[in-house]
Design a protein around this ligand. Sequence first.
Ligand code: HEC
Length: 134
Amino acid sequence: MTRESAVVFVKFGSLFLASLGVLLVVNSLARGGNGSGETPWRTFNPTAADVHEGRVIMERSGCFSCHAVDGFGGQIGPGLNGVKERKSREELFHWIKSPWSVKPGTKMPQYSLSDETVLKIISYLETKDSLKVR
Ligand code: HEC
């Protein structure tokens, strides 16, 4: 290899590495930004505290003015017992996060809840039917 071609080689080599780096960053952003390539509803592994907080957040957000759980709550929206049989975790996530983009014109209000908060609500909705209260 001549000196000149070695320089060219090094230049293009680093250009290649730089574009590879850009590709990796763009790729991980497109996958949701946490770099692990997982979507938030898939990696979420709720604790009992998350489940409890989910319930409290629902009470504070007024969800029960429209939705009933175990016979308590409003009738404007569907009762939420057994909702996990009707909707996947992913569908629940998109619905609670942004009902208007899933179903424009729905009566369910658009909240501005963080991903984490939505996941806590889902953990409550997913487990409430198997909770035994004494
Ligand atoms: C103003 C009334 C209202 C409030 C408040 C409300 N919802 Fe809803 N929700 C609805 C209606 C109506 C539907 C049915 C949507 C449709 O099909 O248009 C619905 C649907 C849902 C569904 C899907 C149910 C199913 O059987 O598929 C979930 C889950 C849900 N709401 C959760 C929530 C949560 C969590 C909150 C509080 C953060 C909330 N909702 C607040 C009216 C409401």
